[in-house]
Design a protein around this ligand. Structure first.
Ligand code: FAD
Length: 396
């Protein structure tokens, strides 16, 4: 048939919003839409730090994709993308091949280890449901081992590399979980150490110094030891070596220090910076009128000429915009330029604590934590309506 084929790679924030928007805007038989994702569920990436630390369940962090899209309108393919072949207009899956007229690349980012020796091998990362299950079980197992071996300190030393958004959110949850683990495994809480190591001169770059100081104070009170302005030089099976020469023995190292674009994009021959594609104002790959790149894989400059940080918020807005632009391309109409509308940023600092920036307002403590819940519920509402809010929303 000569109905245009649209293929969306990835059903994260960007991909789900694209699919939902296409489903809404396209007329019957105007295009074939296929959504490819490695799992049959969508995960709420911005929640992953909680199941990673064990302060929330995996089930609260994922939703079956079939509940989010209309499978009469969108073909869901559960498969892993292996290769993108732009010159052939084809995508190679682990179990087949798809051809497309329009492609949306929304595969999310990957961990960037900056070539730090041992980091890719020995550190764990917060990237998917499977990776956070591993972190949670690993942490619990260290407590169990501690009591069965001769109490080696590295079993109950924890290192989080990176004090950006996800590092701080994870370290806060971990600090919240430690007392319960100590109780369960009969470990003296005073013996446990949680280190957060950051190479940059500040934690939470991008937040105002006043909020950064507040966040660090909240976390110090929960028992976190910060090492800011100190790079990790090497990661080993039993800990990390810092640029200062200091060695921290730890059987658990979680790396949150950097993210980059998906390696398949580079491999496909797109021009990239740290794996991300500098898209045009309509979100298309340079020189292409039918390949869109969104979310963590897209590089967009703000009006001051600096790249926007990759966030769920921008990925969602890009999903809506690129869906619209594909529909207009099919209809021979004028596309819309992407413009980011910043609704603010909230970082959680564990139970009942957070920091937020909304416009020029700074919000701290309980009010920021409430705001985080509202942001989360708004997202559930956008993708799944009231039923999803009732099922997965946290009201307490
Ligand atoms: P993703 O949401 O990562 O989705 C990518 C999808 O592609 C996934 O479903 C994945 O399974 C699938 N996929 C990947 N590879 C393949 C393959 N080869 N084949 C098939 N499918 C594949 N942002 C905020 O705005 N606010 C926050 O509070 C916030 N908190 C965060 C906390 C943590 C712990 C982390 C890790 C991130 C946080 N972020 C936050 C960032 C945000 O999660 C990302 O920017 C956002 O998820 C990017 O969306 P995306 O659509 O590009 O990719």
């Amino acid at each position: 048939s000569n109905i245009p084929k649209i293929v969306i790679l990835g059903a994260g924030y960007g991909g789900i919003l694209t699919a939902q928007r296409l489903q809404k805007e396209l007329n019957y038989n105007e295009a074939d839409v296929t959504l490819v994702n490695r799992h049959d569920y969508h995960y709420i990436t911005t929640h992953l730090h909680m199941p990673a630390a064990g302060t929330d369940s995996v089930e609260n962090t994922r939703v079956p994709i079939s509940k989010l899209i209309d499978e009469f309108k969108i073909d869901l393919v559960k498969s892993s993308v292996q290769e993108i072949r732009p010159h052939e207009k084809k995508v190679i899956l682990e179990d087949g091949t798809l051809s497309y007229d329009f492609l949306v690349i929304a595969l999310g980012g990957e961990s960037e280890t900056f070539g730090i020796p041992g980091m890719a091998e020995y550190a764990m990362t917060i990237r998917s449901i499977n990776s956070v299950r591993l972190i949670r079980k690993h942490i619990e197992y260290q407590f169990a081992l501690y009591k069965n071996e001769r109490s080696p300190q590295e079993r109950i030393n924890f290192v989080v590399g990176g004090a950006g958004f996800s590092g701080i959110e994870f370290v806060a949850e971990l600090a919240d979980r430690i007392p319960a683990l100590c109780k369960e495994y009969d470990v003296d809480p005073n013996l446990v150490n949680v280190y957060n190591v950051e190479a940059a001169p500040t934690a939470l770059p991008g937040f105002a110094p006043e909020l950064v100081e507040y966040a660090m104070e909240v976390l110090r009170k929960k028992g976190v030891t910060f090492k800011i302005g100190v790079a990790i030089k090497e990661c080993k099976p039993d800990g990390v070596v810092l640029a200062t020469g200091e060695e921290i023995k730890a059987a658990t190292v979680v790396w949150t220090g950097g993210i980059r674009g998906n390696h398949m994009i580079e491999a496909a021959g797109f021009e990239t910076a740290r794996g991300r594609v500098k898209v045009d104002e309509y979100l298309r790959a340079p020189g292409s009128d039918h390949i869109y790149v969104i979310g963590d894989n897209a590089l967009i400059m703000n009006p001051e000429g600096r790249p926007y940080p990759p966030t769920a918020q921008i990925a969602m807005q890009q999903g809506v915009c690129c869906a619209h632009n594909i529909v207009t391309a099919i209809r021979g109409q004028q596309p819309k330029k992407f413009e980011f509308s910043n609704k603010g940023t909230v970082a959680s600092l564990g139970k009942g604590e957070g920091i937020a920036v909304v416009g020029d307002k700074h919000i701290k403590g309980w009010r920021a934590a409430q705001l985080k819940k509202i942001v989360d519920m708004r997202y559930l509402f956008i993708i799944g309506g009231i039923p999803l809010v009732l099922k997965k929303g946290k009201f307490l």
